[in-house]
Design a protein around this ligand. Sequence first.
Ligand code: NAD
Length: 424
Amino acid sequence: MSYVEPAPIKDHENPFESMMSRFHIASQALGLNDEVYNVLKNPVKQVIVSLPVTMDDGSIRVFEGYRVIHSNILGPSKGGIRYDMGVNIDEVKALAAWMTWKCAVVDIPYGGAKGGIRCNPRQMSSGEIERLTRSYTQEMFSIFGPDRDIPAPDMGTGPREMAWIMDEYSRANGMTINAVVTGKPIVLGGSTGRTEATGRGVMVSAFAAMEKLKINPYHSTVAVQGFGNVGSHAALLMEERGSKVVAISDISGAYYNPDGINIQQAVEFRAANNGTLAGFTGGEVIEGDELLTLEVDILIPAAMEDVITVKNAEQVSARMIVEGANGPTSARADDIINSKGTLVVPDILANAGGVTVSYFEWVQNRLGYKWTRDRVNRRSDRIMRESFERVYQTAVKYGVSMRIAAYIVAIDKVANTYKFRGGF
Ligand code: NAD
């Protein structure tokens, strides 16, 4: 008999399949009929473009850009644009569907989309990134639009890129159209509170969950993976409200201090250190993976997808996981995490604060009026708290995890809208 090489254990899941498996479970719990299931499982549009860009040394490089619109049944589609070497069509498809469910969970009138360009922005000059962003926008003229599809920042992009998109789109239309993107600089019509909105929503979710688990916030401990936009604001706001953040990490490594890390200091260190925590001395250096298994009350994965997998799920000791990142827990790790009784506030709920304030930005642009920071925060906190409660009650009603409950809430809303609109 010939020797058969054992198959490797797959620990990195296809993000689209990961999302689909939750969608499938929730659809069954909801008793969704096959027709609607098939409509919802396929994105309505997928666009792939090649983007030739003149680099600073005079050479021309061609980048691949993507935009996927998963659904526009509830309104214009909404979703971030990611600049990263790992971007691929499967990932963009998964993230686009996530956006549909996320907008539906927090009950805002948007469909879901996502975009990205496979590039390494850290190795590109500002001029190269600008030319790439403008070229991408030109290719997307017929896709983007304040009533069609509204991009926003995601990993590797921020207000600077959104300003270029708005400018390029406005030039082509011969007038300023600031509602075409959100996450813009304030001076161009960005909303106060947008920068910290996702981290703030994570904090509100964590506090709502602590109330359910009867954890005293003043005695709570927190570990945060990822110290970018989402992670650093979540850490800062948790600390401000009395939680002790004992571990933080970024691409440079993880830092642990059982007495609590001074987050404001970490933010200042990062700002003065080229955007990374490399060399941070406010905590002992530990392995990045170790952060995920620390004995804390709250684990906030806020870096990237697929970090809690079958390989380490058993070792995760936190009482709750509040998912700042999109898809940090693989579908196959769900069962292990659930069997341990860990409360998971899923990504499509926990990180929806960003899209909620993006929606407020779009509303303000269309009104031609600016809200105060206080109004933005009050309204987004209320939406996050109400959405948390809706998902929690659905979990209790169906006897499912909060993740599946969030999908049930979202799918039910989208499916009902299809029923009324019809057309297929
Ligand atoms: P960002 O680029 O600002 O920050 C990412 C952080 O993760 C950086 O600190 C980076 O160093 C760190 N990181 C990368 N790889 C890591 C690793 N292996 N271990 C530890 N840290 C690592 O990105 P962001 O905007 O904060 O987004 C983070 C996640 O949140 C993504 O999954 C994104 O899709 C999701 N998200 C972001 C928003 C938003 O408003 N920015 C909204 C919803 C969801």
